[in-house]
Design a protein around this ligand. Structure first.
Ligand SMILES: Cc1cc2nc3c(=O)[nH]c(=O)nc-3n(C[C@H](O)[C@H](O)[C@H](O)COP(=O)(O)OP(=O)(O)OC[C@H]3O[C@@H](n4cnc5c(N)ncnc54)[C@H](O)[C@@H]3O)c2cc1C
Length: 463
C-alpha cells in the first residue's frame, strides 16, 4: 500500500537536515541511505574530510537550533594564508569586519550530528544499506537494494525527494524516463582532480618535529585559523585545520600532462614535484608518499539540470540537482540553503507537493546556477589570482573599504557573509564591483594612493 510518508533518498548532508525540517512540521519521512550507518562504521579516507561552513549554511542550521552545536567543534578561518614557492606567507583576510569568518568542520561529524538530530523525532526513520536502483516516475515507486543481502524491494510514499548527491540515481531515472519531456542536463568535468593528504597534530607526529612556523600554536603544526593556499598557477594545494590539531590538505592537479597526477608515478617523481612546489609542507607530512599512492583521486565537476521535479512525484535537492566544484566552499552551504528555502515554501503551500516543487525550483535554479559559475571562477582566482599583485591590491582595497564604510565591496563577502542576498544577486553585484576595483588597482602602485570616497562614488554609479 502506498504510504503517506515522504521518501528521502540519501542521508548525506542535505537529506538528514531536510528530514529534521520535515519532522519539525510533523511530516513523516523514510530516509534510505546506500551506505551503512556512519555512526557505527568508519568513513573511507581521503574524501573531503573537512568542509568550510559559512553564513548560509549556519542560517539553515539555526532554524533547527543546530548551529551552536555544530560550531562548537569548528575551527574559525579568518582568511587565506598564501604560501609562496620560496616558503614566505602572506595573509589575505576574508573580510574587513570583525566576526566575519568561515568555519572548518568535519564532514563526518556534521553528518552524524544531523542524522542524530533527525533521529530524535518519531517522524524520521532512517534505513541504512538501502541503495536506490531505480525510480519509476509514472508510479512513484523506488526500487531499493539491500547492499548487505542483495535483496530488492519497492517502496512508495506521498512523494520522493532525492538527496542522493552528484551521481543521483533518481536524476538518472528522470533523465531516461518519458515523464519529463525536455530534461536538460549538463555535466562538465574539470581537467583537474583532487587528492587529500594529512598533516598530523603535534602530539601524533612520529619522529623529530621540524622547525615550525612562528604562528603555529598548540597542537597545530601550521598557523591554525586560516585556510592555507599554495597557489602555483596550473595547480594548487590548500589545507584546512581540523579540531584535533591536524590539517587536511587537498592537492588539485590536472589528471594529465606535466605536473599532473599521471606524471607522479613513483616516490621519486612525487618528492621531486613536492620539493619544487611545496617544499615548506614536506616536513609536516610524514605520510605523504603512502597517502598519495593510497588515497583516491576524486573528480571535480559541475552538474546543471532542469526541471528538478516530476509533477508532485519527485524532486531533486542538493548536489543531485546542482553539484558544483568546491572552490567557493559553498556546495554544502547551498544544499543547506535549499532545505531552508524549501521549508519556507512549505509554509505557503503545505504538502501540495506539485506547487511546492514548482515554486521551489523556480526560486532556486538561477541562484544555484550563479553559485556554480562563481565556484568555477574562484578556481582560477585561487590558483592564479592570489599570486597576482593587482588582485592582492584589490583585496587590500576591499578590506579598507569594508572597514571604513558599512557596505560590502567584495564579491566574496557578498556570497559568503550576506546570506540574505540570493546567490544570483550577489554574483551580479559582485562582478560589477569587482570590475571597477580591479580597474582602479591596475593603475596604482600602492593602495594608500587611492581616495576611498572616490571609489565609493564610482561603485554607487553602477547600481
Ligand atoms: C573535495 C570537496 C570539498 C568540498 N568542500 C566544501 C566546502 O568547503 N564547503 C561546502 O559548502 N561544500 C563543499 N563541498 C561540497 C559538498 O560536499 C556537497 O555540496 C554536499 O555534500 C552536498 O550534500 P548532498 O546531501 O546533496 O550530497 P552528499 O553529501 O553527497 O550526500 C548524498 C548521500 O546520498 C547517498 N547516496 C548516493 N547514491 C545513493 C543511492 N543510489 N541510494 C541511496 N543513497 C545514495 C550517499 O551515500 C550520501 O550519503 C566539497 C565537495 C568536495 C568534493
Amino acid at each position: 500500500m502506498k504510504s503517506k510518508k515522504v521518501i528521502i533518498i540519501g542521508a548525506g548532508l542535505a537529506g538528514s537536515l531536510l528530514s529534521t525540517y520535515m519532522a519539525k512540521r510533523g511530516i513523516e519521512t523514510e530516509v534510505y541511505e546506500a551506505r551503512g550507518d556512519m555512526r557505527k562504521e568508519k568513513m573511507s579516507a581521503g574524501r573531503s574530510i573537512n568542509l568550510a561552513l559559512s553564513n548560509r549554511g549556519i542560517r539553515a542550521l539555526k532554524e533547527v537550533d543546530m548551529h551552536e552545536y555544530m560550531l562548537k567543534e569548528a575551527v574559525p578561518m579568518y582568511g587565506r594564508l598564501i604560501h609562496s614557492i620560496e616558503g614566505e606567507t602572506k595573509m589575505l583576510p576574508y573580510s574587513g569586519r570583525e566576526g566575519e569568518y568561515i568555519n572548518s568542520v568535519s564532514r563526518g561529524g556534521l553528518n552524524i550530528a544531523l542524522i542524530d538530530e533527525a533521529d530524535k523525532y518519531p517522524e524520521s526513520t532512517f534505513h541504512f544499506n538501502q541503495k536506490c536502483l531505480e525510480f519509476d516516475c509514472t508510479t512513484g515507486e523506488v526500487l531499493l537494494e539491500n547492499t548487505e543481502t542483495g535483496e530488492t524491494r519497492s517502496v512508495s510514499g506521498s512523494t520522493v525527494i532525492a538527496t542522493d548527491g552528484a551521481g543521483s540515481a533518481v536524476r538518472k531515472a528522470m533523465f531516461s524516463s518519458r515523464c519529463v519531456s525536455r530534461f536538460n542536463f549538463q555535466q562538465k568535468f574539470l581537467e583537474h582532480g583532487y587528492k587529500e593528504i594529512s598533516i598530523p597534530p603535534k602530539s601524533e607526529f612520529v619522529g623529530e618535529l621540524p622547525k615550525l612556523p612562528e604562528k603555529a600554536q598548540g597542537e597545530f603544526l601550521l598557523e591554525k585559523n586560516v585556510l592555507h593556499i599554495w597557489a602555483r598557477h596550473q595547480f594548487m594545494m590548500i589545507a584546512l585545520p581540523n579540531f584535533d590539531g591536524s590539517f587536511t590538505c587537498t592537492l588539485f592537479l590536472a589528471f594529465e600532462g606535466e605536473n599532473g597526477f599521471e606524471s607522479l608515478k613513483d616516490k621519486e617523481s612525487l618528492m621531486k614535484f613536492f620539493k619544487t612546489n611545496f617544499a615548506d609542507a614536506i616536513p609536516l607530512m610524514p605520510d605523504l608518499v603512502e597517502e598519495f599512492f593510497t588515497n583516491p583521486t576524486g573528480n571535480l565537476g559541475t552538474i546543471k539540470c532542469y526541471p528538478w521535479h516530476v509533477g508532485g512525484k519527485s524532486l531533486l535537492l542538493g548536489d543531485s540537482a546542482h553539484a558544483i566544484v568546491p572552490f567557493y566552499g559553498q556546495g554544502m552551504n547551498a544544499s543547506f540553503e535549499d532545505c531552508r528555502v524549501f521549508n519556507e515554501i512549505l509554509d505557503k503551500h503545505g504538502t501540495d507537493w506539485e506547487k511546492v516543487f514548482e515554486e521551489y525550483s523556480k526560486q532556486r535554479k538561477r541562484n544555484t546556477d550563479a553559485i556554480a559559475d562563481l565556484a568555477l571562477e574562484n578556481f582560477y582566482e585561487m590558483r592564479d589570482a592570489v599570486a597576482d599583485p593587482v588582485f592582492v591590491k584589490k583585496r587590500e582595497l576591499e578590506m579598507k573599504l569594508e572597514q571604513t564604510f558599512p557596505d560590502y565591496f567584495s564579491k566574496y563577502s557578498l556570497v559568503t557573509f550576506r546570506d540574505e542576498i540570493p546567490y544570483y544577486d550577489a554574483q551580479k553585484r559582485g562582478n560589477s564591483q569587482n570590475d571597477v576595483l580591479m580597474n582602479i588597482c591596475e593603475n596604482v602602485d600602492d593602495v594608500s594612493e587611492i581616495d576611498l570616497n572616490e571609489v565609493v562614488k564610482q561603485v554607487k554609479t553602477i547600481f
